[in-house]
Structures are given as structure tokens and as C-alpha cells.
Design a protein around this ligand. Structure first.
Ligand SMILES: Nc1ncnc2c1ncn2[C@@H]1O[C@H](COP(=O)(O)OP(=O)(O)OP(=O)(O)O)[C@@H](O)[C@H]1O
Length: 217
């Protein structure tokens, strides 16, 4: 069932986005509008620029030397492709999950609490609640609630990827970018992550509906 708000708006709008790695052009005039409250997949041949495009949406390409991006990129109607944008704040709003699960070498709890702590949450009860909510949303709570203090690196690959999703959810992003999040996983873990993506669409839509604060994946 397609879910729409009464007034559906675009969460992401790009206009004429060009991107160069040095002299090599990887994106040419990409103009795209993506609605809120939905899961949108980008499909294309290897090397066509899918990952590059995703990274323009939270300015991750800025971390790569000699990258030049031009054009307009709006998230929730706010232009993000300009110097004055607060990149920490942007990456809180636009979270990212990568192909390889990349948990920090900390405990399961500290992985999820990392983002909220970075954004100023210090109260233990509040952090406990965020960690539980995020792990439940990532369909991981039942598997790890009795070993939150254990290293995240001891989890299976599929669990690690769901932990990375929980880590993103902990800071309540508006958009979650996932770059082939199941390609390194076995078929059972892949099915769990795919189910989770559809569950999240429904749950986050319900959660944010009242505040008109939506999440796109
Ligand atoms: N850091 C980089 N420096 C130089 N060129 C790069 C860099 N990253 C990607 N490219 C080039 O940009 C183009 C787009 O790459 P990108 O990884 O975005 O494609 P993709 O569609 O995600 O591919 P795949 O499906 O294989 O992951 C490719 O030609 C690639 O070689």
C-alpha cells in the first residue's frame, strides 16, 4: 500500500548536479525528486554513479580530495550544497549505512549511544531509552538485550549491519541512505534487513506523522 501524507512533499530534490573526481566527471546534470515517507531504490549498471550520488546527499564526497560538486541539492527544502552548511548537523539529518557493516570497536551499547552523545545527550536514563528504542526499531533488541556491554565486533555480519542501522536511527534522521546494505550478507541476513527496511518505512511514518517530520530511505 502506498502511504502518502495529505500534503505529500519532496524530501530530496536535486537539480543539475555535476560531480568531478579531479577531471573525471562522474555525475552529469542529475535532477531527481524523491518524496518523503517512502523507500526509493536507485538501480543502474556498475560505475554509473549510484554511490557517488548518494554521497552528495550528505556531503560525504567532501571527504574525498579533489571532488567538485555543482548544482542544487535540497533536503527538506533546504539547500545543502553550500559552504555554510553545518556538516555534523547535516549528517545527523541524513544518515548513511554502507555496503560493509562498520561498527565502531566499542560495545553494542556504545555504538548506538555514540551519535546521541555526540549531539549532547549525557543523561544515562535518556541514553538507555534511545539505545533500546533504536535496537528495537532495528529488530535487534531481542538478540542483544542481555549483552549490550559486549563488543559489537563479536556479532554476526547481519547483526552488525542491523546495529549500524540502529546507530543511524538513534539520532532520528530525516533520511537514511543505504548503499547496497545487504550485498555483504548471507541470504537470511539479507531477508532480515530487507524486511526491516519495509518495517521502518511503516513505523517511522507512523511515528513522525503527527509532527510532519518524515523519513525517507
Ligand atoms: N574516489 C574516487 N576517485 C575517482 N573516481 C571515482 C571515485 N569513486 C568513484 N569513482 C568513479 O566514479 C564513477 C562512479 O562510481 P560509483 O562508485 O559512484 O558507481 P556505482 O554506480 O555506485 O558503482 P557500483 O554499482 O559498482 O558500486 C566510476 O567511474 C568510478 O570509477
Amino acid at each position: 500500500m502506498e502511504m502518502t501524507t495529505e500534503k505529500t512533499k519532496f524530501m530530496i530534490e536535486t537539480t543539475d548536479v555535476d560531480l568531478f573526481y579531479g577531471t573525471k566527471q562522474a555525475l552529469k546534470k542529475v535532477s531527481l525528486s524523491i518524496k518523503e515517507n517512502q523507500v526509493t531504490a536507485l538501480i543502474g549498471p556498475s560505475g554509473c554513479g549510484k554511490s557517488t550520488f548518494l554521497r552528495t546527499l550528505n556531503r560525504m564526497n567532501d571527504l574525498i580530495p579533489n571532488v567538485k560538486t555543482t548544482g542544487n541539492i535540497k533536503i527538506s527544502n533546504e539547500e545543502i550544497n553550500q559552504a555554510k552548511v553545518d556538516l555534523v548537523g547535516l549528517r545527523k539529518r541524513v544518515g548513511m549505512v554502507f555496503q560493509q557493516p562498520n561498527p565502531f570497536p566499542f560495545s553494542i551499547y556504545d555504538n548506538v549511544a555514540y551519535g546521541p552523545r555526540m549531539h549532547g545527550v549525557t543523561n544515562r536514563k535518556e541514553l538507555d531509552a534511545i539505545v533500546e528504542r533504536s535496537l528495537r526499531q532495528a529488530a535487534l533488541w531481542d538478540e542483544v538485550s542481555d549483552r549490550l556491554d559486549k563488543p559489537a565486533t563479536g556479532m554476526s555480519g547481519g547483526q552488525q549491519q542491523r546495529l549500524c542501522i540502529a546507530r543511524v536511527l538513534a539520532v532520528k534522521p530525516e533520511v537514511i541512505l543505504m548503499d547496497e546494505p545487504t550485498s555483504a550478507l548471507d541470504p537470511i541476513s539479507t531477508a532480515k534487513v530487507e524486511d526491516l527496511i519495509l518495517e521502518l518505512k511503516k513505523e517511522l511514518y507512523d511515528r513522525y506523522r503527527d509532527t510532519q517530520h518524515a523519513t525517507s530511505i
